[in-house]
Every structure is written in structure tokens, then in C-alpha cells.
Design a protein around this ligand. Structure first.
Ligand SMILES: [Zn+2]
Ligand SMILES: [Zn+2]
Length: 273
């Protein structure tokens, strides 16, 4: 076990108040524990959660807030008990960095729902009582259980959004068997999560229709992301012609101007993210 990390300055970007303005911030990470992996951060995605906590939208922000929980990078140091990672490995960290690892939910690999509360990657209370700080920074420590390997040939910058936005879409799709070729999928709203839902849907061999209020999304949906069809959801005629009753629907935006509850009644499966 090494104590190198305790003396190393971590350079981050922090919000100091609810303006959400980020400015440079130097701080120390905790000492590397025997089960910890220390990661040199190369990329960090931007998630809407970063806006929520830097601007104190839930009233529980603990400033200074260093946001970022779509973290990828390379292993720079490991604790003495870590045997699954070595220096130089490509890895990622998502929305939490620890949990009790003992309750039923943790044992069922549902650690994010830990009965004692998962330790979130930022604005959470760490095991040593300090407030966690996220991936808009030069390095981070994570318990090896919450460190995820990224294939060496996969671009790190493209992997970053997968550890929050990606898993948020992937998990319900897998749970509801929306990964079987030939099935049809409707994606309501095309932004971050909707984008990924289309990509996963096409990778799984589904017939994907994007429903959007904005015609400006049509080219992106069809040409860039490879969706099979595009429908303006406010256009009653298009909505009537298109048969949605045999589709699974996944909504990436519950604020979408869409008859969401009406749709839910008509479908066996309609997921809101
Ligand atoms: Zn997120
Ligand atoms: Zn637990």
C-alpha cells in the first residue's frame, strides 16, 4: 500500500455557490486504501446531474462541488488487496464509488440502491466523513468493486458517457428484454439518453422509431444515428398512421410534450428515464 496519493495535489473544477460557475480548485484526495484504485482521469462526461448539484437545485449541495460522474482514465496506482487491475489499465467510474457491500441489495449487485446508502461520486459523504469530489479533476480514488474495465481498443473519450447515461438506458432495456432482434422500439425525445437508446436499439437489431417535437432532430435521428423512422409527436396524423401498439417505448424526457400517461395505458411496456 502506498501513501503517494495523500501528498499529491488534485486539480479540479469546482462550483463555490449556486451560480454553478466553475473555477479551478486544488484539493487532496484521501489516502489510497488497500482496496482502492487510483485513476488518472483522461475524460469526464457532462451529465445533467452536474447542473443539478452545481446549481443546488435539490437544496443539498455541499460546496465546493466538484461535479462529474462519467469518469474514465488509466490506473495509476492500486492498493495492496487489488488484484483485478494494474497500472495502465483503462477503467471507468460511474455515479457511486462505494457502498456497504454487505446488505441484500449490495449482494444482489444492486449497490446503487444500498440499504445504508451508496457513496455517490460527488457531493456524497465518503467513508472518512469527507465530501466526495467528482471527475472534473485530475485523479480519483475508487474501491476496486466500483471500478470498471474498459477494453483497451475502445476510445476512452467515447466510453465516458456510458458509465452514467449509457447504463441508465442499457439497464431497463436488458431488464425488459428490449435486446432481441426484430423487436420494435419507440424512443421519445432525442438528446443524451435518447441518443444512446437509439444506438443500443440498432446495435441489438431492433426497428427503432424516434418520436420528437422537433423536426430539426430528423436528420440526426435517421442519418447520424441510424433510426428507421421519425415521427413528430405533436402531429396527430403522423401519430395516428404510425402503429405504436406493438412497440416498446422508452422516454428520455418526462417533460416531453407528449401524452405520456395516455401512451402508458396503451402499452405493455413504457419506460420513463
Ligand atoms: Zn449522470
Ligand atoms: Zn449495501
Amino acid at each position: 500500500m502506498s501513501c503517494e496519493s495523500a501528498n499529491e495535489d488534485c486539480l479540479g473544477w469546482a462550483a463555490r455557490d449556486s451560480s454553478g460557475v466553475l473555477s479551478p480548485y486544488k484539493f487532496s484526495r484521501r489516502v489510497l486504501g488497500s482496496d482502492d484504485v487510483s485513476i488518472k482521469i483522461t475524460h469526464c462526461g457532462i451529465c445533467y446531474a452536474d447542473v443539478v448539484w452545481t446549481r443546488n437545485k435539490f437544496g443539498d449541495s455541499k460546496y465546493p462541488v466538484v461535479p462529474g460522474h462519467e469518469i474514465v482514465g488509466t490506473v495509476k496506482e492500486v492498493g495492496s488487496n487489488v488484484d483485478g487491475f494494474k497500472v495502465g489499465d483503462h477503467v471507468g467510474v460511474g455515479t457511486f464509488v462505494n457502498s456497504c457491500r454487505d446488505c441484500k441489495l449490495c449482494n444482489d449487485r444492486l449497490e446503487v440502491h444500498c440499504e445504508k446508502g451508496a457513496v455517490f461520486t460527488y457531493n456524497g459523504v465518503d467513508v472518512d466523513g469527507t465530501i466526495t469530489k467528482g471527475g472534473y479533476s485530475s485523479f480519483i480514488l475508487v474501491h476496486q468493486r466500483y471500478c470498471f474495465r474498459i477494453p483497451e481498443n475502445y476510445p476512452l473519450g467515447l466510453a465516458a458517457p456510458l458509465v452514467c447515461a449509457g447504463i441508465t438506458v442499457y439497464t431497463p432495456m436488458m431488464h425488459h428484454k428490449m435486446n432481441q432482434p426484430g423487436k420494435s422500439l419507440g424512443v421519445i425525445g432525442l438528446g443524451g439518453l435518447g441518443h444512446l437508446a437509439v444506438k443500443f436499439g440498432k446495435a441489438f437489431g431492433l426497428n427503432v422509431t424516434v418520436l420528437s417535437t422537433s423536426i430539426s432532430k430528423k436528420q440526426q435521428a435517421l442519418s447520424l444515428l441510424g433510426a428507421d423512422d421519425f415521427v413528430i409527436s405533436s402531429d396527430k396524423q403522423q401519430m395516428t398512421v404510425k402503429k405504436f401498439s406493438s412497440q416498446s417505448l422508452i422516454s428520455s424526457n418526462l417533460d416531453h410534450d407528449f401524452h405520456w400517461f395516455h401512451i402508458q395505458k396503451q402499452h405493455d411496456l413504457a419506460i420513463g428515464l
